[in-house]
Design a protein around this ligand. Structure first.
Ligand code: SAH
Length: 216
């Protein structure tokens, strides 16, 4: 497997070609070995143009969607960022390459542990992974400059809005269980502005301010 060549091709044909222009995002994607985050038996497909299975019924999003969501966060490198839905830790690694301080919450303890291990092995020091219900945010570390939710929400969880700084941004897929809109939520003068950035399909956000177990 020539992962380096595949990675370069992925960035060029799947991400740049479709219109992601943030140089820092593109360069960071060129530095991250996506195959490290895929389960052993899915490694060969790590750079393909679709979501990738990571076990426990969960997936790493398609590379283009990861890039687009990260670009929408407009990270300068100094922000305190909350991620909800660590999964494999691939998106977390991208945030860590670009942001100041990353907190990531994962509902499934086994996935949280696995991601923490990979990120540690790859040498990321500005990341903290916590197991728990991310729909409640992380009160003890709030407020956050940026929040990214990588699972599908019925609507923007209220605690996340509360824990967002003035001038902050939330990127979140919101809608039904089967299809969502990628939304950017901005807090300005304590008011919320929402813009839509295209359709997407994510696994459900399950928790107190997300979908309930009996709904999915
Ligand atoms: N960003 C991940 C992909 C995440 S898939 C990556 O790059 O690999 C969505 C993840 O959200 C799943 O791992 C799922 O377990 C998690 N999740 C769902 N509901 C959650 C909640 N309430 N709090 C935290 N994590 C949640």
């Amino acid at each position: 497997m020539d992962y380096e060549r595949e990675r370069e091709e992925m960035v060029r044909t799947q991400v740049e070609f479709r219109g992601v222009t943030d140089r820092r995002v593109l360069d960071a994607m060129r530095r991250i070995s996506r195959e490290e985050f895929a389960g052993e038996k899915y490694r060969a497909g790590a750079y393909e143009d679709h979501p990738l299975s990571i076990g426990e019924g969960q997936t790493i999003s398609q590379p283009y969607i990861v890039a687009l969501m990260t670009q929408l966060l407009r990270l300068s490198g100094k922000e305190k960022v909350l991620e909800v839905g660590t999964g494999s830790g691939y998106q977390t690694a991208l945030l860590a390459e670009l942001g100041g301080e990353i907190y990531s919450v994962e509902r499934c303890g086994k996935l949280a542990q696995g991601a923490a291990k990979v990120l540690e092995r790859l040498g990321y020091k500005n990341v903290r992974i916590l197991a728990g219900d991310g729909t409640e945010g992380l009160k003890e570390y709030a407020p956050f400059d940026r929040i990214i939710v990588t699972a599908a929400a019925p609507k923007v969880p209220e605690p996340l809005v509360e824990q967002l700084c003035e001038g902050g941004i939330i990127v979140i897929p919101a809608g039904s269980l089967h299809s969502q809109e990628l939304q950017v939520v901005e807090k300005k003068n304590n008011k919320i502005h929402i813009t839509n950035h295209g359709g997407c399909v994510f696994v459900p956000l399950v928790g107190r301010y997300g979908w309930q177990e009996n709904e999915i």
